[in-house]
Design a protein. Structure first.
Length: 211
């Protein structure tokens, strides 16, 4: 573990009660976190009676781990084995996306993951970035980037009718792991808010053209 990472994490190690022994070994307890979002706007009116299935998002291999990831240099990233997501980031962000769109009103129905109903649309996506950026030690930030695709199933092959990449960056206000998680939650809230608005616009315009 680098000296810069030690400098950032020393407060968290102490608060977590991790005792460092005289032989250089440590007795550490893993901590587990989840991403949370907070809706700030009222649900929209559904532009149509379509059903949506949210498929599990893929995650770029650099971030496809439960370990929290810290960026310490231009090409330097380090995982934190002792601080992890409770579930894999792909599954967690997929479920947050599903819940957000189910509450949005943009679609009449957002199907449960176990549903066998054939949807009118499928939302797919890739998490391209998910980390705490500590290159500027005086102003750390949380970074998240997701690309979403909306596929319409009027034909057997399906047609991509909407695609967009979303990137959000929020400050880590205090030097704690919980503050990093709060900032990542704000990132996801911003991304889903923008996704909801863009999907509503795209479906409204599509309904006008086909109606």
């Amino acid at each position: 573990m680098s000296h810069r990472m030690d400098a950032f994490l020393v407060f968290a190690l102490v608060l977590s009660g991790i005792a460092v022994g005289g032989c250089g070994q440590s007795t550490a307890v893993q901590e587990y976190y989840i991403l949370e979002t907070a809706r700030k706007s009222a649900p929209a009116a559904a532009p149509n009676d379509a059903t949506l299935d949210v498929r599990r998002l893929s995650v770029d291999s650099a971030f496809a781990t439960k370990d929290l990831i810290y960026r310490l240099g231009e090409f330097q990233y380090e995982p934190d084995f002792y601080r992890q997501f409770l579930i894999s980031p792909g599954a967690m962000i997929t479920e947050q996306t599903r819940r957000w769109l189910a509450d949005s009103g943009v679609f009449e129905h957002v199907l449960a993951s176990s549903s066998q109903t054939a949807p009118a649309y499928t939302l797919e996506g890739t998490v391209a970035a998910l980390y705490g950026d500590f290159r500027d030690e005086s102003a750390p930030v949380a970074v998240m980037e997701i690309r979403y695709f909306l596929v319409e199933h009027k034909t057997s092959d399906g047609v991509v009718v909407f695609s967009q990449s979303y990137r959000a960056v929020n400050p880590v206000l205090v030097r704690t792991v919980q503050a990093l998680m709060d900032a990542l939650g704000k990132d996801l809230t911003e991304i889903l808010t923008r996704l909801e608005a863009d999907l509503q616009t795209a479906l409204t315009e599509r309904a006008a053209k086909t109606g």
